[in-house]
Ligand binder design. Sequence first.
Ligand SMILES: [Mg+2]
Length: 381
Amino acid sequence: MKKVLFIDRDGTLVIEPPVDYQLDSFEKLEFYPKVFRNLQFIREKLDFEFVMVTNQDGLGTDSFPEDTFWPVHNLVMKTFANEGITFDEVCIDRSFPEDNAPTRKPRTGMLTKYLNNPEYDLAGSFVIGDRYTDVQLAQNLGCKAILLQPDKSSLIEIDRGENKSQSLKDVCALATTDWNRVAEFLFAGERKAEVKRTTKETDIYISMDLDGSGKTNIATGLGFFDHMLEQIGKHGGIDLTIQVKGDLQVDEHHTIEDTALALGECLKKALGDKRGIERYGYSLPMDDCLCQVALDFGGRPWLVWDTEFHREKVGDMPTEMFLHFFKSLSDTALMNLNIKAEGTNEHHKIEGIFKALARSLKMAVRRDIYRYEIPSSKGCL
Ligand SMILES: [Mg+2]
């Protein structure tokens, strides 16, 4: 079955002109940053059909004469074609918003040939656009959306007012203003994972998105531990949810140990076959302390722990559990961890270690889709 990328023009391939939103002169023409290299890569490496879907309000009327539209549009199309980016179909709606035309995005009047057509896999297709109406179009077509906005916040507002079975937030598979991320997402897929771990001592749920924006939702029952785990998400660019009910009436041990085991397992799952990753990472930050975390996702666990703590606890976390946390994490993530830290302030020292871990993770899990190989001479990790 054929898959399609339904691609918006203004705000997606070219910058949408401010004020009147009309691209009607060459002075207003500016291409979207990084669009050529990535769209050409997608065209060459993946088998999507390309369909341009654009609303051009009142095209052909006095408010938007044809002879101001076509010269610029033709140059846009020619420039893309010269870079190997051709469109299988170009759909332009000329109505005004108040006409409520069935052909106007987000309605599907121009795209009926793709609907209920067994030749097309719409569930595996995407709309790429910069407005919530592009996400609504995806919803109406039964495909997913890639939104060229920094985040999904505009969709959440619309969802509140609507009463549909599927929210726009869920239709939107990715929100980014970076075409590199769009190509990476379409080519290499998501890196999300979930782990549930229940024993008589702890009940743990963890979910993560390695390509997130650092959003965290963490509650382990231990305030200081939560604060440390938040560093991993925030400084690692990882969306991280960790919910733990542990036997804190006994002590902190099982809660910390089992969270580390589940976190390592989740990391391993999210990394998949590790294709294209950088693999190694290191970092050296913070205040009076020098903290270094070097790691390798080489497939074997090992921990070197070269630091000392002189207080029994930091916050509600026993310092003897620090080593135990990193040992458990490296055991289930199957990574080497080499940690060194010196300094006087114990809070700074452990926070610096967690931050250095987060930065190391961020560097090590970064993917390069132009060198999409397993980073090992063995051929597997
Ligand atoms: Mg647009």
